[in-house]
Structure formats: C-alpha cells, structure tokens
Design a protein around this ligand. Structure first.
Ligand code: PHE
Length: 359
C-alpha cells in the first residue's frame, strides 16, 4: 500500500485535532460549509478511513471501526456546535441591522393649507372685522336663485352668457351655480335688514380647462343692503379690500358694464400692484403683470337692481345696496405671478408650500 495509512491511529488523531481546530476557526457559515467538506466530506480523512475499514481482515474491523466512529462523532459534534454558534451570531446581527424603530416619525414633505382656502379666509376676515357676516349657499343651486331672482329673464341671453352646467334630468330646475350671487338672494331672504354678507365659494361654468379658465373656480361675493347706501360706499369698501389683499395705497377703478342684477353695473379694475400704473403710457418701462395696462380686471360690481330687492321682499324705495364679486384664483395669479390656473387644482404640495406666506 502506498501513502500514509488512513487508519493509522496517529493519522486519525491528527485528523481529529485538525477538524476541531478548523471548525472552531471558521468565522462565518459559508466558511464553515467549506471546512465541513474538507473534514467531513467524501474525501475527508474520516471518509477515507471508513472506506479503508472494508479492506481490513475481520478481527481488526471492530477496533478500527470504533476509532473511526469516535473521530467522526467528535468532528460532527464540533461542526454542529460551531454551526449553532455562528447561526446565533448571524441572527443577532440581522436583528440588530434590520431592526425597525416603530417610534421613528416617517419622513414626509411638509404640507400647507391650500392658497384658495387661505385667501378666502383672508378676504372674509377683512369683512368680518367690519362687522359683516359670512354666508354660504349650495353649489347645486336652483335656477330661481342663480338666475330668476337675479333678474335674468326666462330667455335672457345672459343665461347663455353664463355657460351654465345644468343638472340632470332636464327640467330639474337645478344648475351648478355659475356665480356666488345666488347667495345674495338667499341672504336677503333669510336675514333681517340691514344685510352685510361676504360669501366665498366654488362656482361652475361650462369652460374647458386651459391656462386661464377652469370649469370650477372660486369667487367671493359681497353684499351690503341698508338705507342710504350709495356707490360711494361700494368704492370705499373695494378700496379697503384692495389695500388689505394687495397692500397699502393701491387704487381701484370702475368702468361701466352690464349685469342683470345690478344697476348701474361696473367692471372693477385694480391698479397693477407690480408697476402701480407706471408702465402705462409711451416710453414707460413695460410691465408683465398688467401687460403695461396699469390696471388689472378684478371683478364685477354695482348697485343691487331694484327688481332683485323686490324678488327678495325688500322695498327698493327705502333700501338700496351694493354688491361685488371677484375670482379668487385670478386674484392670487396677479398677486404671485402664477401663469396657469391649473396649478390650483393639481394638488402639488410644492405649489401650496410656495404660497404658504399668503396666510
Ligand atoms: N356674479 C358676477 C359674475 O360672476 C359678478 C358680480 C357680483 C357682479 C356682484 C356684480 C355684482 O360675473
């Protein structure tokens, strides 16, 4: 026989010591697996010894068998013990590394209140500070409040002018309110005179969404009805609102217009807050905000039409009133140089955050 005898007791002993040392030295489960093949696998000293037993004469078999078996057992036990130890270490590490601290607050971007909410409240506050009341009405409104009581005739072209969204079934008499003016009617019917109400709310028109139009947008309406109310009160109130929203010293301007529910009716312009009118006229520095007009269209206003007062049970001989209404998106677009009305409806928190200071 050539080579060392695999059954030689010294060889076996050495193999045993070697196996124990190697298992103890393995620092990870993959390393232990390699050591296992070396010391317990098919070509390990134990395996070679087992195979050699077959070639021994009968009487020596038992003796050699015992020795080999003892070697195999002690090596196997050392392997198992190290495996348990390394598994425990791995589990501890995984638990530590993959631990989840359920008390940590999630990282999420800051949010902010929607600028339309903030501007509505800010406008409402200006009026509440003067003793006015906040009034609301339904967004699904009866045509009578949206049109008839506001002096729109049955086949008045103004009904088309409003580009109304009608509520099914046809003839239900219901529309999505096209302006906040029906809240005027409800307020006059519901309240004692004098009436001073401010009504912010959502309104609807059959417009396609583009940079400056939206089928739903926000308006704020104001109504004052008392004895002796004149257009001077209207002007003073609008100037006060302009100053509160856009800053000290901004002037307003009214130009003749037509609304069925006011007489006289006027278009309300606001002096451009950016150039303060300085861009208008030849040779002046151009202004992007007002296209060098010096003025910005802000809303509509006028003296409440006597027919509207009558529809609401108010004596037009004794009482008079003024009303105004303006778009809130438009107001904010001017104020902050926002180019698309769509920004208001896309729910991007970066937009709401950028207008946070509006509060
Ligand atoms: N309701 C009008 C509109 O939506 C605005 C307005 C309100 C005009 C009050 C006059 C008085 O265009």
């Amino acid at each position: 026989m050539s080579g060392p005898d695999p059954l030689d007791p010294a060889t076996l002993e050495q193999a045993g010591t070697g196996a124990l040392a190697a298992f103890a030295a393995a620092r990870s489960l993959p390393e232990l697996a390699v050591t296992r093949t070396e010391h317990l696998g098919d070509r390990s000293p134990v395996a070679l010894a087992r195979r050699a037993i077959a070639g021994l004469p009968g009487p020596q078999k038992a003796e050699a068998g015992k020795r080999v078996h003892a070697l195999a057992q002690s090596s196997q036990a050392a392997y198992e013990a190290r495996k348990v130890e390394l598994e425990r270490q791995r589990d501890e590490r995984v638990l530590a590394e993959e631990a989840v601290d359920v008390t940590v607050l999630p990282e999420r971007p800051d949010g902010a209140r929607h600028p339309l909410t903030t501007i509505s409240e800010r406008v409402a506050d200006v009026f509440v500070a003067m003793g006015w009341e906040l009034a609301e009405g339904p967004e699904v409104e009866h045509e009578w409040f949206n049109f008839d009581a506001l002096n729109f005739g049955g086949d008045h072209p103004a009904r088309e002018m409003q580009d109304t969204l009608f509520v099914e079934p046809a003839g239900s008499g219901l529309v999505l309110r096209t302006h906040t003016s029906p809240v005027q009617v409800r307020s006059m019917l519901d309240r004692e005179l004098p009436v001073h109400v401010v009504c912010p709310g959502r309104v609807y028109r059959a417009d396609a969404l583009d940079a400056t139009h939206s089928p739903v947008f926000a308006q704020v309406e104001g109504l004052c009805v008392d004895e002796g109310i004149t257009m001077a009160h209207l002007r003073g109130t609008l100037d006060h609102l302009a100053t509160a929203v856009f800053g000290e010293g901004l002037r307003t301007r009214i130009r003749p217009n037509y609304f069925p529910f006011t007489e006289p009716s006027a278009e309300l312009d606001l002096q451009c807050f950016a150039c303060r009118g300085a861009s208008a006229g030849s040779g002046a520095e151009p202004c992007r905000v007002c296209a060098s007009e010096g003025w910005i269209e802000w809303g509509g206003c006028g003296m409440v039409h006597p027919a509207v007062l009558v529809a609401c049970g108010i004596d037009p001989e004794r009482y008079s009133g003024f009303a105004f209404g303006m778009g809130l998106e438009r107001t904010l677009m001017f104020r902050h140089g926002i180019e698309s009305i769509r920004d208001f409806y896309e729910g991007d928190s970066r937009f709401t955050l950028s207008l946070r200071s509006e509060a």
